[in-house]
Design a protein around this ligand. Structure first.
Ligand SMILES: Nc1ncnc2c1ncn2[C@@H]1O[C@H](COP(=O)(O)OP(=O)(O)OP(=O)(O)O)[C@@H](O)[C@H]1O
Ligand SMILES: [Mg+2]
Length: 208
């Protein structure tokens, strides 16, 4: 049993992989846990990092994601359809209060991680009407924050020009930005305190 609570353990650790995800550009393996839950295996850790950020900011639009063998494993959401697959039904699907709220979370997260890859196969609508962000690892530390790229799902669904729903979406994105600023301020204040203590511990009280 792994001691790291974020590490995923499959029923049969020697061979947890039962198949491949048919969709997508690169084949993805699927693992099954002892409780029957299915997990999408991705080779890099970025998906997990972005999931942790989404939880930290209380923007829960990414399925539960764990560490797995240097990469990540993400809960496969049953019954969800990609924005692409929803096609004509997408317009209505994103115009509920809960979907507008989730859309704002996806957009704010994409701004924060510099994700310009939120095409219609990288977000889904669950059978409960919630929006789901997957494939969140297309981000580079050097990529600049871009609202233009992040609003791609809103553009696709006509929300940017929808006078009835756009104001609620814009207000929700603003609220997410504020939430992220506040969380960052809290985290940095903690780090500043550590710096102060470090400085105070120096012999003579003065830093190098
Ligand atoms: N957690 C998930 N729950 C439900 N369906 C998923 C999940 N992850 C992926 N899928 C489905 O699998 C498809 C492909 O997944 P993903 O976007 O991660 O692969 P990809 O586009 O091939 O990735 P890459 O860009 O790394 O090659 C998605 O469009 C979606 O239909
Ligand atoms: Mg993808």
């Amino acid at each position: 049993m792994a001691s790291d609570p974020h590490e995923l353990v499959f029923a049969d650790e020697r061979d947890p992989l039962i198949g491949e995800l048919a969709d997508g550009w690169s084949p993805k393996r699927i693992g099954v846990c002892s409780d029957g839950s299915r997990w999408v295996i991705r080779p890099t850790i970025a998906e997990y990092s972005v999931y942790r950020l989404s939880e930290r900011l209380d923007m829960s639009v990414i399925p539960e994601t764990r560490r797995f063998r240097g990469g990540s494993a993400q809960r496969l959401v049953d019954g969800a359809l990609t924005a692409h697959a929803l096609d004509g039904d997408l317009y209505e699907a994103v115009r509920t209060p809960v979907a507008v709220s989730d859309l704002a979370s996806i957009i704010a997260l994409d701004v924060l991680i510099g994700n310009a890859d939120r095409h219609a196969n990288n977000w889904l609508v669950g059978d409960d009407g919630r929006l789901i962000a997957i494939d969140n690892e297309f981000n580079e530390p050097t990529r600049v924050i871009s609202l233009y790229h992040a609003v791609r799902p809103a553009r696709r669904t006509g929300m940017l020009d929808d006078a009835e729903h756009a104001p609620a979406l814009i207000a929700a994105i603003r609220e997410r930005f504020k939430r992220a600023e506040e969380a960052l301020a809290v985290d940095l204040a903690g780090q500043r305190k550590e710096l102060d203590e470090w400085e105070n511990d120096l012999v003579g009280g003065s830093p190098r």
